[in-house]
Write a protein that binds this ligand. Structure first.
Ligand code: UDP
Length: 413
């Protein structure tokens, strides 16, 4: 595959946006940037880093991406922590703390953590700050999860690490916390030219439907998500069953696993049991390299759901809007920021509400089309990778030069 080139994005965002990125990046050429997260496959963070790292390199940033390793036990602990940080009452024990610290030491010993900017994504690798190799580099904690109401014990656990960073990044103002450093708001984004989002040949889309036994003539309602309780796949099936009583339609629940999420197989079993061999419910377990298939499923859908109960951002919402689809999403976290209720889709708060909105959209093709167009424009204006790249470049400048006014900075000789 040929390397990603920022200039290729001109056809989507225009020349000015590309030139501006080159201009800003010019002040950072050669800067060593390191991203660290907990999985290369599965979930939104890996999705973003896969697209962003090569483009930062194309902009002249010396950008690397490392992934921490962990035993199943470690990822059980971090998943519990993740759930508790998103509000689930989970007891944080000293045993959990010990597992977390032991893995932090192992990872710190095996990873080269040098960089002018070290961006640590999410709670799993957050403890690495205690092994920061050199005081002159800038360490930034990038939080992708919904921290609006963390379980106090879980936040207490994480906070002692987060306070040591030089800055934090959150996806929504509601997720910010009392911290002794600058906090930045950066919303995630999608890559319009990636296999997940680029235009597809209709014949390929038909082929994917055939491959999975999905009827192209019957309305398709789809949720693409890891099998995770917080994505509420069981609630989606209940809502679908209510709709099915009167409408002829089918449900696609497409998901894979993430190497840092050990709960996936348990949730998948529950989903299969609840689907109970209903021929109109397609539960698809997709391998990690299914970007084109997911793209095709989203494009073939009549309505896209993301009925999450907690959500940091919800890239699947962005992906669906980009494909001109009306989206029904749980009124939580980043979904609330993305879906403009009644304009690009609907925010839903219950199973009954979800069923009601699905029926409304199934009966109104004009509304579906308008919402789809509005959604696409919303993504074009706010959620493309070029905006995200600019935010990161500006963040680096802002952190590097705390005393300077960034606006004046660009106009100074
Ligand atoms: N995704 C995928 N395969 C799957 C399920 C999800 O590639 O089987 C992708 C999905 O298209 C999106 C990302 O993983 O790009 C999920 O990001 P999101 O922010 O929606 O949720 P997260 O998994 O990070 O909680």
């Amino acid at each position: 595959m040929s390397p990603k080139r920022l200039d290729d994005y001109e056809k989507v965002v225009g020349r000015e946006v590309i030139e501006e990125l080159h201009l800003v990046a010019g002040y950072l050429r050669g800067t060593k940037m390191l991203h660290v997260n907990s999985t290369r496959l599965g979930g939104g963070v890996a999705e973003i880093l896969n697209q962003m790292v090569p483009l930062l390199e194309d902009l002249g940033i010396d950008c690397k991406w490392l992934v921490i390793k962990g035993s199943n036990n470690f990822f059980q602990v971090t998943k519990q922590l993740h759930n508790a940080l998103q509000g689930k009452p989970v007891e944080i024990t000293s045993g959990m703390e010990q597992v977390y610290q032991e893995h932090t030491v192992l990872n710190a010993d095996s990873l080269d953590l040098e960089g002018d900017f070290v961006i640590i994504h999410d709670p799993q690798p957050a403890g690495l700050i205690t092994h920061r190799p050199k005081e002159t580099s800038n360490w930034v904690w990038r939080c992708h999860i919904d921290l609006s109401s963390p379980h106090p014990e879980a936040w207490e656990f994480l906070q002692k690490y987060v306070v040591k960073y030089d800055a934090s990044i959150f996806s929504m103002p509601a997720f910010s916390q009392e911290l002794p450093h600058g906090q930045y708001l950066i919303e995630p984004s999608i890559d319009p030219l990636s296999d997940k989002n680029r235009d597809l040949d209709p014949a390929f889309i038909s082929g994917v439907l055939e491959q999975y036994g999905i009827d192209p003539e019957k309305p398709i309602i789809t949720q693409v998500s890891r099998f995770d309780y917080m994505k509420d796949p069981l609630g989606v099936i209940q809502a679908f069953r209510q709709v099915k009583k009167r409408e002829n339609c089918q449900l696609v629940l497409a998901g894979g696993s993430a190497t840092d999420d050990p709960e996936g197989s348990e949730v998948l079993e529950k989903v299969k049991a609840q689907a109970d061999h209903d021929p109109d419910i397609h539960v698809l377990e997709l391998p990690p390299d299914s970007d084109l298939e997911i793209n095709a499923l989203q494009r073939a859908s009549t309505i896209i759901l993301q009925k999450s109960l907690k959500e940091g951002f919800g890239l699947t919402v962005t992906e669906a809007m980009w494909k001109g689809k009306p989206v029904l999403g749980g009124a939580v976290g980043g979904i609330r920021r993305q879906i403009i209720h009644g304009f690009t889709g609907f925010l839903v708060r219950s199973i009954e509400g979800t069923a009601f909105r699905i029926r409304q959209l199934l009966h109104d093709p004009g509304l579906r089309k308008r919402m789809g167009e509005n959604g696409r424009a919303h993504v074009q204006a706010n959620y493309l990778i070029t905006r995200h790249l600019k935010d990161y470049l500006l963040l680096m400048l802002a952190v590097q030069r705390p005393q300077e006014d960034i606006v004046n900075f660009f106009f100074s000789p």
